[in-house]
Write a protein that binds this ligand. Structure first.
Ligand code: UD1
Length: 423
């Protein structure tokens, strides 16, 4: 397994282009199954999770071609000839459950393996299943698989009341409802930019949707959807991650494609910590001079709150801040696995349940550390950039799931970082 070697750095300077959003692309890809006509995605990120979704769609009979060095995905689901999403693929990536709604809506039946738990918590899929039941689906759980059947004549519009906000369940429900007969209302829907992006793409395909980006989405089912071409929205988590690089090392970095509206809550916290952010026409510039950042408290919440996917990276910054901050994780239990690794680098962190109390130290020290999940791995890289000496982050396959060309992007702004390939 490869590892990444980071050497503590001075200020960073330059530009980093931000890719299309992994999480948006992972829901736009299954949307191809809603239509027999081609769906083309531009601005796709080059990531192993996207390759996993490609393999899954191909296993169901879809055609997926990657063009322009992986940035364009040309898909066609003309011939879906297998309706079982196999455990061997689903277990690698939870987002695989997103094929359930589209397959069921289009062909009236689908079998999808249950994804099981993952490193950051139990992560059930009950809300996905309840939403599809509200549209008339009959579900049986057998041998670790969900067997789903639509009523004769297809799914029917219905009212879906989510007891808690779920991004994935909202996406599955939204996709399924586009082809259900009649009107569907999704209450307590997720409002993430990835949901808005999905709704915009579905509308290009002929879907009738209103209210995306608010808590109530209304969908008027149509008989069929057609082909479309759609650019994937900017990855707000990659954006926030790279905004933290100059925040933690000092310097000035422009994030190309960055928009404040994608991560307003995060920007507000960064500014409260003493980091300067300027919004330009199609980028954000982040600047920190010689001042040490100040401790700020963070509570993760569904959008428009502070994203859980930036909590680990923010913790790395808080490890070097002046004062004590409390980070509260409200979305996923067990999402502080980066804390013990940061402590190996000299950080002072006390985790109690869903709270981590971080007392900033003047300097971190390089150490060998282990990536435990996607966002944790990049937080260790950020910490390594701010630490004295060398940090080796092992198990970087986690990183490859969600960050394209991380070494190239950080080196281009002056970071000392390299990938060590296993012989
Ligand atoms: C998506 C993102 C992930 C991000 C998360 C929260 C993708 C591919 N992944 O994950 O990066 O961290 O949103 O912003 O888009 N829950 C249930 N039952 C369900 C579904 C969810 O109890 O059926 C719970 C989860 O355990 C969690 C909370 O709801 O506590 C929110 O999870 P959810 O928004 O569904 O996350 P994902 O869509 O899996």
């Amino acid at each position: 397994m490869d590892s990444i070697l980071v050497t503590g750095n001075g200020p960073l300077k330059g530009q980093i282009p931000i890719a299309g959003a992994k999480n948006a692309c992972l829901t736009l890809m299954p949307a191809t199954m809603l239509s027999e006509e081609p769906l083309t995605l531009t601005n796709a990120p080059r990531l192993s999770d996207i390759r996993t979704m490609t393999t899954l769609l191909q296993s169901l009979g879809a055609e997926v071609s990657t063009l322009q060095d992986g940035q364009v995905l040309a898909m066609s689901s003309h011939d879906i000839n297998n309706h079982t999403a196999d455990y061997d693929i689903v277990r690698k990536m939870r987002a695989s459950i997103l094929v359930l709604g589209p397959m069921l809506a289009r062909d009236g039946h689908a079998v999808v393996s249950l994804p099981g738990g993952c490193a950051i918590g139990a992560r059930p899929v009950d809300l996905h299943l309840k939403a599809l039941e509200a549209l008339g689906a009959q579900l049986d759980l057998k041998d670790g698989y969900v067997h789903a059947k639509a009523p004769l004549g297809g799914l029917k519009g219905g009212v879906i009341d989510f007891p808690l906000v779920s991004v994935g369940a909202t996406e599955n429900a939204l996709m399924a409802a586009t082809l259900a007969k009649g009107t569907t209302i999704i209450n307590n829907a997720a409002r993430e930019p990835e949901i808005v992006d999905l709704a915009q793409c579905l509308r290009k395909m002929g879907a009738q949707i209103e209210g995306e980006g608010t808590s109530t989405i209304t969908i008027q089912g149509v008989d069929r959807l057609h082909g479309a071409t759609h650019p994937v929205v900017t990855d707000r988590i990659e954006l926030g991650t790279y905004m933290l690089a100059p925040a933690i090392c000092g310097g000035e970095v422009e994030l190309l494609g960055g928009k404040r509206s994608l991560i307003e809550a995060f920007c507000n916290k960064l500014e409260a910590a003493g980091v300067e952010i300027t919004e330009n026409e199609n980028s954000l510039t982040v600047r920190r001079g010689d001042n040490r950042v100040k401790a700020v408290d963070v509570v993760t919440e569904p959008f428009p709150g502070f994203p859980t996917d930036l909590q680990a990276q923010m913790m790395a910054l808080m490890c070097t801040a002046e004062g004590t901050s409390v980070l509260e994780e409200k979305i996923f239990e067990n999402r502080f696995m980066h804390a013990p690794e940061l402590i190996r680098m000299g950080a002072q962190i006390d985790v109690q349940g869903g709270h981590a109390t971080v007392t900033g130290v003047e300097g971190l020290k390089g150490a060998p550390v282990m990536a435990t999940d996607l966002r944790a791995s990049v937080s260790l890289i950020l910490a390594g950039l701010a630490a004295e000496g060398e940090t080796t982050v092992s198990r970087v396959y986690h990183l490859d799931r969600g960050y394209e060309h991380v070494v190239r992007k950080l080196s281009s702004v002056g970071a000392k970082i390299e990938r060590i390939q296993e012989q």
